[in-house]
Ligand binder design. Structure first.
Ligand code: CA
Length: 371
């Protein structure tokens, strides 16, 4: 029996734990012992992350992946994780995975829209979907299949790696009462959110994580976005900007990714492919849970420090939404691949909004505001 058929039988017949024992050659089928032993070869992969170790929720997802892969393979399949800058800089991990310098790039796909604008849909776009909605589209709505078609052009495939949940709008040194207050505002905001801010009249700055605090402190910028309370607190923005606005409409549910080199994937024993996919899925669940568990306490600490938290006004949100949709439509009219993915994503978003606008919204509105 060939290895693939054997393993598919193992999967169908015995579920997760059974698969491991089947790999050990003890599945009760003498003929399986040979190929099963073959799948137990030792494999070591390298993972280059776009994130520093200090972002322990995001970077921690890669460590969960590595730990689970090693445990499930009984130590035979190992992944060594390297934070941003150790093998390649943060914005080169896709290239490193593509070239096979590493087998996995751990990143946010929207960092790479310079290669293909459609890569943004693997992560998020302004006024896109929330964490659960994005996961539903990717995992069950055909999104991942569409995205993998784009990644295949780069010799890569992609797996969801976790989500921050809806981000905060960030730190401002003055009040922002309407869209007019964005004119001339010097804000650090990368990617598509930055492009929309630019359309709204802001002066967009691109600064790496470590450069933001000093720029805000000396008044070289007026505002910055980052992630949410737990991550923002570590960078200390509350010490140099008084106002903490929400929501980060440019990142309502950014989904991180593992970019896996396709040639390396093809060489991986099928059992290890299953282990990888399962561990990736668990790491994504753990990452979201960590954010959801740690953000409330971090927010309470920030508020105790005197931070003033404000929602963006409805007219600012409407202006930003209009500019965002205009931008997405422009990208869609310029590129057929983008258009195809955009149409699937847009339909999913519209369906999700309709459903989430009923029970989920009514409950949230009633319960959250009252706690
Ligand atoms: Ca952000």
């Amino acid at each position: 029996m060939d290895r693939r058929k054997f393993l598919q039988r193992g999967l169908a017949g015995a579920a997760g734990a059974g698969l491991i024992s089947a790999c050990g050659g003890g599945a009760g089928e003498e003929s399986a012992a040979g190929p099963a032993v073959h799948t137990r070869k030792s494999v070591t992969w390298r993972l280059a992350s776009s994130f520093p170790r200090s972002l322990d929720t995001i970077y921690g997802a890669a460590e969960v992946l590595a730990d689970r892969v090693e445990a499930m393979s009984e130590g035979k399949f190992r992944i060594r994780c390297y934070p941003a800058g150790e093998i390649v800089p943060a914005v080169q991990v896709m290239d490193a995975a593509q070239q096979g310098t590493v087998q996995i790039g751990h990143t946010a796909s929207y960092y790479f829209i310079g290669k293909n604008q459609a890569l943004a849909f693997d992560c998020c776009v302004p006024f896109g979907m929330t964490s659960r909605q994005q996961a539903a589209w990717l995992i069950e709505g055909g999104g991942l299949e569409l995205m993998r078609g784009v990644f295949a052009d780069f010799g890569l495939t992609t797996f969801p790696a976790g989500n921050t949940g809806t981000q905060m709008g960030g730190w401002f040194n003055r009040e922002i009462n309407g869209p007019g207050d964005l004119k001339g505002l010097r804000m650090r905001i990368p990617g598509l959110g930055g492009q929309v801010m630019d359309r709204l009249g802001a002066t967009v700055q691109l600064l790496a994580g470590g450069e933001i605090y000093p720029a805000l402190e000396r008044g070289a910028i007026d505002a910055t976005e980052w992630v949410g309370p737990y991550d923002d607190e570590k960078l200390g923005f509350h010490k140099v900007a008084k106002y903490y606005y929400y929501p980060g409409w440019w990142e309502p549910g950014p989904s991180l990714s593992y970019h896996v080199n396709l040639a390396a994937w093809a060489e991986l024993p099928v059992a290890y492919q299953e282990i990888f996919a399962t561990a990736a899925s668990e790491s994504a669940t753990v990452m979201q849970a960590r954010y959801d568990q740690r953000n409330p306490a971090a927010l309470a600490r920030l508020l105790a420090e005197g931070v003033e938290m404000r929602p963006f006004s409805d007219d600012l949100m409407r202006a930003a939404r209009d500019a965002s949709f205009e931008m997405l439509e422009e990208h869609a009219s310029a590129d057929a691949t983008y258009r195809k993915i955009y149409q699937s994503w847009k339909q999913a978003r519209s369906d999700a909004y309709r459903w989430f606008g009923t029970a989920e919204l009514a409950y949230s509105r009633f319960a959250f505001g009252d706690s």
